[in-house]
Design a protein around this ligand. Sequence first.
Ligand code: NAI
Length: 249
Amino acid sequence: MSMRLDGKTAIITGGAGGIGWAAATLFLEQGARVVVADYNEAAGMQRIASLDPKLQGQARFIAVDVSSEEQVEAMAHAALAWLGAIDILVNNAGITRDAMLSRMTTEQWKQVLDVNLSGVYYCTKHVSPHMAARGKGKIINTSSIVGVQGNLGQTNYAAAKAGVIGMTRTWAKELGYKGVCVNAVAPGFIATDMVASMPEQAIAAMSERVPLRRLGQPEDVAQAYLYLASDAADYVNGTVLEVNGGLSI
Ligand code: NAI
């Protein structure tokens, strides 16, 4: 079975960001048509304009704040109208609002839960019925090593990313018999804007702890998404694929 995505269609949330865009370009190169769903319209449009002209017609940007159920519903309708059918949903949008517990504000707590947990719920809620009705589909949720191990200053993020694993396993059970596979990817520390905002010293210390002695690249995670999105993973359901250079061992 192939890892190519010829003739398939995908929605990638957070598609204008580091990992999401690496996934969008990889999926396009592998033959898919892709909706880049993100709330950063300027970045999304710029990314699509930067594509090889041969691929530009295969990608479309749709603006959405995944923390708004109303906007997610509208995005799902617009995506379906353009794509015709939805084979793949990658719930990749995410934010951080870090603070130690003693300093974390309720607003920081809520913002991260709204995007990283509720956003995944809303997108799956509004896309999965279409997949179930067709009897096939792949849903890939982005968790994090932090959802498994916790991390200083990330109460909100760890809670959301652990919740994503719980939802992934629940949906794998609820949707599996309808032909829809639901899996998660748990990246370690990946060199995107999200990590670039950390102090340089912290990044160097982090790399030292990784058995492969480097941060991951967005493409490393995109390849894991591709595998789980492809026919090659047709019997993989409810798993959490760690992409962290061995950091968790
Ligand atoms: P990034 O910051 O480069 O990209 C995130 C994208 O999500 C951005 O384009 C942003 O505009 C979009 N986004 C944020 N809030 C949104 C909302 N409410 N609605 C729609 N779009 C929204 O971050 P990165 O690193 O590419 O992260 C992608 C995913 O990978 C996230 O879920 C993140 O939590 C996860 N992750 C990242 C790790 C890393 O080390 N970079 C490690 C583990 C997980």
